[in-house]
Design a protein around this ligand. Structure first.
Ligand code: SF4
Length: 371
């Protein structure tokens, strides 16, 4: 009987439930927005007034079990445990970089697949680099994830569980997670709906509570996804677009996805996005010595971006087994920046290299072996 466990003498008509609950199917509670959690409580006969407390336990206290939610009535905890799980991802391997700034987690999924998540410490802030897929279908030649190929999308709960995992580790240091970058394994816009729902959960003010501008989503240039972001006027998270080359032929040689979404089509989509949202895009450029790092390449970037509101993030190549390239030296990177700012007025940064010794840098995430 639906209302057998109804608490506080309140009943809630099942007809009003927005969430469709399939009897007996195990529910990962990290899949749910706060209003869906409220619906779930109703469906199991628990007073939805407990939603806020359960939500806080999940995302503030990072509780791993319902039993640990001591301020939630015991009957409600039992009802939750009988209907849902907390999809904590077990750590298979945890590795710290030599300088102590970076920690990489190899996390297990229920189907025996694995993903990597990275905790990065910068002065005054901690960032989680989060994966959106097992592997990636985009095949960027210099990227270890691309070299793995694509296995599957992550669910909302599997995406959400990653920053919660990082936050759980930070609690011991009395610190809070401040930023999330969707730059781990996978192409986030290939898994659009799950990633957008995860962002809604990250930015819920009473959970992880991240401001939208603390989140950056990086895409290789999935044009339909960029246009959809422009249309749907989502929360104002940052969008980063990986360019790496300023001509169609050069780009297609590094980024196979560019054969599907050509450079002119991509730049038109970026213009639409910036004009519709009023937001600047971060353009990412992996600096590969002798390949795309000359002043002439910088001029090509400047001409390509033209009057678009832009910042360029320069990322010296990180080594991977499957690509024989060398990172640009700092002097050449500085000259590249000089051209961008002095000849085109385009600001740029050179990304700090972190976690290279544990293969946790940009483009290095991969999973060696399944258990
Ligand atoms: S760089 Fe990003 S989009 Fe390209 S293969 Fe790697 S994970 Fe996929």
């Amino acid at each position: 009987m639906l209302y057998d466990l109804c608490l506080g003498g309140v009943s809630y008509p099942a007809l009003h439930l927005a969430l469709i609950i399939v009897p007996d199917a195990p529910l990962n509670i990290y899949d749910l927005t706060r209003s869906e959690l409220s619906d779930l409580l109703v469906s199991i006969g628990v007073n939805p007034a407990h939603t806020a407390r359960v939500w806080r336990y999940l995302y503030w206290e990072c509780a791993e079990t319902f039993a640990a939610m001591e301020e939630v009535p015991a009957r409600a905890r039992q009802a939750l445990a009988s209907r849902a799980t907390i999809g904590v991802l077990p750590t298979a391997i945890e590795t710290d970089s030599g300088d102590g700034f970076t920690r990489k987690y190899l996390l297990g999924l229920t189907d025996n697949e694995r993903i990597e998540t990275v905790l990065m410490r910068f002065t005054g802030r901690v960032t989680a680099c989060v994966s959106s897929q097992v592997g990636c279908a985009m095949g960027c030649v210099f990227c270890a994830t691309g070299q793995m190929g694509y296995t599957r999308h992550l669910t909302v709960g599997e995406i959400v569980a990653q920053p919660v995992h990082v936050q759980r580790a930070l609690r011991a240091e009395n610190r809070r997670l401040r930023n999330i970058v969707l730059m781990g394994m996978g192409e986030p816009l290939h898994n659009f709906d799950a990633v957008m729902k995860a962002i809604d959960i990250f930015t819920d003010g009473t959970g992880l509570g991240l401001a939208a501008d603390r989140i950056t989503l990086s895409t290789v240039g999935v044009v339909p996804g960029i246009l959809r972001l422009a249309r749907e006027q989502r929360k104002p998270f940052h969008l980063a677009v990986s360019l790496h080359a300023a001509t169609q032929a050069e780009r297609a040689a590094i980024v196979p996805a560019a054969r599907k979404w050509q450079l002119d089509e991509l730049m038109a989509a970026c213009r639409t996005y910036s004009e519709t949202t009023g937001r600047r895009i971060f353009y990412e450029w992996t600096l590969i010595e002798g390949k795309n790092d000359s002043p002439e390449h910088a001029r090509a970037v400047g001409r390509l971006l033209g009057d678009l509101p832009a910042q360029v993030n320069l990322i010296p190549l990180n080594p991977t087994q499957g690509y024989d390239g060398t990172p640009t030296r700092s002097e050449a990177a500085r000259k590249f920046q000089d051209v961008l700012i002095h000849e085109f007025g385009i600001p740029s940064t050179v990304r700090q290299r972190r976690g290279i010794d544990i293969a946790a840098g940009c483009g290095q995430l991969a999973v060696a072996e399944k258990s």
